[in-house]
Design a protein around this ligand. Structure first.
Ligand SMILES: Cc1ncc(COP(=O)(O)O)c(C=O)c1O
Length: 387
């Protein structure tokens, strides 16, 4: 029998290194798991009620590819309150998660032979989407400064682009770094991309999780014009604690939304109808929930920073946004093995830095979206092993 082939691009995709650690640690009792990007509280009640009522009403039928009209209205209302912008339906598509938003957008923008420039260290799935489409990924890494803060070199970013480059991917506030791009940096990238006809894939799923007291991080919602080559990726996962729901949205120029809508038909048709009603409740009733969440994450960031930053082997800047501490540990060379050992010895599950690309090796990511008592306990367990 001749073996029927599977696409080489897909076979070549690396598996998740976080899952390598989590699988190896599956039988450890009483493990505090801070390796994935989510908290430990279920979705707020008002969101669950929105979906449950929709299910009880029988909202179980096929719906429009772009998303149900009440959700498009609710997202527009939310964006107006949070960012002061007015976004018409023709610039939005509802997606089944942030990841789905990235994948479908990349399906519309990247062909074999194209390149995509990615600002890292970054959550690996966006890079994988580009590779799955046969694109070449070019990494431009933020540099850790003396004080641990991250810095983008714009010249290096622009030098990585050439005539094959279809998009620049930027994730601010960043997972895993907590880096927040300045408005000036975002504007400079926009000017460059306008001139060169390059898309900006702006992953803003942590856009509201920022600790300087601002309502949102610098954002293309306020900086880009409707026809600019900018796609903003958003998700209900992080700011509304809805990771398991798989719901997100994009904002992009109408011509790209038309293409994304087409690909939505061929991927998922549309996100689950009654789940979208949960999204309506999140958008309409969630503003004070986000404020409370950010306040809690601010206290969690302080707790983790105060426990880890004084350790002589640890280098950690206070995160500016998102909900991760991405610390360097002097003397550690294999983060996967180290995290496996840490899970066994300290009973705390963390994510190895190598999961976020080669520039992440020597580091570990800790998600501090868990409750404060759980984090305190995790710090007590961890500190002796990081000295
Ligand atoms: C930077 C970033 N973008 C996108 C996502 C995708 O979120 P989801 O697919 O849950 O909406 C994540 C999830 O961890 C993330 O960290």
């Amino acid at each position: 029998m001749i073996e029927a082939p599977i696409c080489q691009n897909i076979l070549d995709l690396p598996g998740s290194r976080i899952r390598v650690v989590s699988r190896a640690s599956a039988d450890i009792p009483d493990l505090i798991k801070l390796w994935f990007g989510e908290g430990d509280e279920p979705t707020p009640e008002f969101v669950r009620r929105g979906a449950a009522e929709a299910l009880a009403r029988g909202e179980t039928f096929y719906a429009a590819n772009r998303g149900i009209a009440p959700l498009l209205d609710a997202i527009a209302g939310y964006l107006n309150r949070a960012y002061g912008v007015s976004v018409p339906h023709e610039r939005m598509v509802v997606t089944a998660s942030g990841m789905n938003a990235i994948m479908i957008t990349v399906q519309c923008l990247v062909e074999p032979g194209d390149s995509a420039v990615v600002i890292g260290p970054i959550w690996p799935n966006g890079r994988a989407a580009m590779k799955a489409m046969g694109g070449e990924v070019r990494d431009v890494f933020l540099r850790a400064q003396e004080d641990g803060r991250w810095k983008l070199d714009l010249d290096e970013l622009f030098a990585a682009c050439d005539e094959t480059t279809r998009l620049i991917m930027i994730n601010s506030p960043g997972n895993p770094t907590g880096w927040v791009a300045s408005e000036a940096e975002l504007k400079a990238i926009l000017d460059f991309c306008r001139e060169r006809g390059i898309w900006i894939l702006s992953d803003e799923v942590y856009g509201r999780i920022i600790y300087n007291g601002a309502r949102h991080a610098p954002s293309y919602y306020t900086l880009a014009q409707p026809e600019d080559p900018v796609v903003i990726i958003n998700s209900f996962s992080k700011s509304w604690s809805m990771t398991g729901w798989r719901l997100g949205w994009i904002v992009a120029p109408p011509r790209l939304c038309t293409a994304v809508e087409k690909m939505t038909e061929f991927n998922i048709s549309h996100p689950t109808t009654f789940v979208q009603w949960g999204g309506v409740a999140a958008m309409n009733e969630g503003d004070s929930y986000i404020e409370g969440l950010v306040e809690r994450y601010r206290r969690a960031a302080d707790l983790v920073y105060q426990a880890l930053a004084p350790l002589p082997r640890v280098r950690l800047a206070k995160p500016e946004g998102a909900f991760y501490a991405f610390f360097a540990l002097d003397g550690m060379t294999d983060s996967v093995e180290f995290c496996k050992e840490l899970a066994r010895k300290a009973r705390v599950g963390l994510a190895p830095g190598i999961a976020f690309g080669p520039a992440g090796e020597g580091r570990i990511r800790l998600c501090y979206a868990a409750s404060l008592p759980k984090l305190s306990e995790a710090m007590e367990r961890l500190v002796p092993h990081l000295r």
